[in-house]
Write a protein that binds this ligand. Structure first.
Ligand SMILES: [Mg+2]
Length: 230
């Protein structure tokens, strides 16, 4: 079983919250303003859907003159903060239940250093068999590139036809995996970045679930039907 990380195993907004706290602290020092208030401004922008340009947006709203160097410093603070994350409860139960009966691997996109800090904060290095950071192969091999999937399967000595990929993002999680012949399952959670997004034609997963608690039964049923087919 191959698992995605962000919003599949833990709520990514909690990483964002910590990142904005770290950036607000840097900004508070620079502007001699309250870190709490600056954080609230950033969080409010995040909550109303600003993505990609959040520091520019908020600094402009606050009438602060800024330059690229300040933005770069805030981005650095956001990305390099030490996160304090917790698994979704169903993810915690799933890992407990499946390990070590099933091989479990982790495949995650995003800046590798940042993703490694998330994994460490969640203690996942002790709870899965193998981890692949697609960023280690270069930005061009983030999902849906087949390279990171193949690398993870190679590490786990599993044939694609015997593997399941579980992720949350219909824009990129399933298309590469399906091309390689993996079964794909979408975990669709409310209050996550992609929870409300319908998949474009061709980007769908094979199955969709609303809780990882449904996976063990699904796996067992799948094994039974495979035995019947054999
Ligand atoms: Mg994800």
């Amino acid at each position: 079983m191959l698992l995605d990380l962000d919003d599949t195993l833990y709520p990514e907004r909690e990483f964002a919250r910590g990142g904005f706290r770290a950036a607000a602290a840097v900004l508070a020092e620079r502007l001699s303003r309250s870190a709490d208030e600056l954080f609230e401004s950033l969080w409010h922008a995040f909550e109303r859907g600003v993505r990609g340009s959040i520091f520019d947006t908020v600094l402009a709203e606050l009438n602060v003159l800024y330059d690229d160097a300040l933005i770069a410093e805030l981005v650095r603070a956001y990305r390099s903060h030490e996160p304090q994350l917790r698994l979704f409860e169903d993810a915690d139960r799933l890992l407990e239940l499946l390990w070590p009966r099933y091989g479990i691997g982790l495949l995650t996109d995003g800046i590798a250093e940042m993703q490694r800090r998330k994994v460490k904060s969640l203690g996942l290095q002790h709870r899965v068999e193998a981890i692949v950071y697609s960023d280690d192969f270069g930005r061009e091999h983030w999902k849906p590139s087949p390279i990171p999937y193949l690398e993870l399967l190679r590490k786990m000595l599993v044939d694609p036809s015997r593997a399941v990929y579980v992720g949350d993002n219909p824009k990129k999680d399933f298309i590469g995996a399906r091309r390689l012949g993996l079964q794909t399952i979408r975990i669709r959670r409310p209050d996550t970045e992609h929870g409300h997004l319908d998949a474009q034609p061709g980007f769908e997963s094979d199955h969709e679930i609303t809780s990882l608690d449904l996976l063990p039964d699904w796996l067992a049923a799948n094994e039974r039907s495979e035995r019947h087919a054999a």
